[in-house]
Design a protein around this ligand. Structure first.
Ligand code: HEM
Length: 143
């Protein structure tokens, strides 16, 4: 999943370049595909993991980096995914009433992209803290 998320993060950057080059239609398809695919990854992998491993430890274990990094990742991840879905609805469909449409698409898209990358890096940090740390730094725990 780390690899899938990394590829999706790069795809969003590539999609942003497409927009700069005024290929708006391909840009819209690319970014929408990533946001929707990510919803599947969250639903099947991250949310179950959140409820089984993280939720029971909140808030009492938030002082430990093991849980704090993952919890920060999950909280900002919800915001990033919702922001992505909102941009899709506002920019790509006609389902929202006029007063809910965006006035500054560009700023919203940029902010969402930056937040997304913060979440991605926190996801990498979660992975390192949960798995790499365990196998490389403290393998004795596993014996
Ligand atoms: C923009 C949205 C998101 C991105 C880019 C993202 C990215 C990542 C990445 C790269 C990892 C490490 C790979 C792995 O462990 O397989 C990860 C793990 C994780 N994420 Fe996310 N994530 C997002 C949203 C969320 C949300 C909304 C939640 C909470 C419901 C969440 C909860 C978790 C959890 C609990 C893990 C650890 C999974 C495990 O190893 O069992 N993430 N995420």
């Amino acid at each position: 999943m780390l690899l899938v998320e990394a590829v999706m993060g790069m795809a969003l950057l590539a999609g942003a370049v497409l927009a700069r080059r005024r290929h708006y239609r391909v840009h819209a398809r690319c970014q929408s595909a990533v946001v929707l695919l990510n919803l599947v990854v969250i639903g099947f992998r991250m949310a179950p993991s959140f409820y089984s491993q993280l939720a029971p430890k909140i808030p009492q274990s938030l002082g430990k980096s093991y849980y704090a990094i993952a919890a920060g990742h999950a909280a900002l991840g919800v915001v990033a995914e919702l922001a992505g879905l909102y941009v899709i609805l506002a920019a790509g469909t006609n389902v929202l009433p006029k007063r809910l449409l965006l006035r500054n698409y560009r700023a919203w898209m940029r902010a969402t992209l930056i937040l997304w990358w913060v979440v991605l890096l926190l996801g990498v940090a979660t992975y390192v803290r949960w798995y790499v740390h365990l196998y490389v730094v403290r393998p004795s725990i596993l014996q």
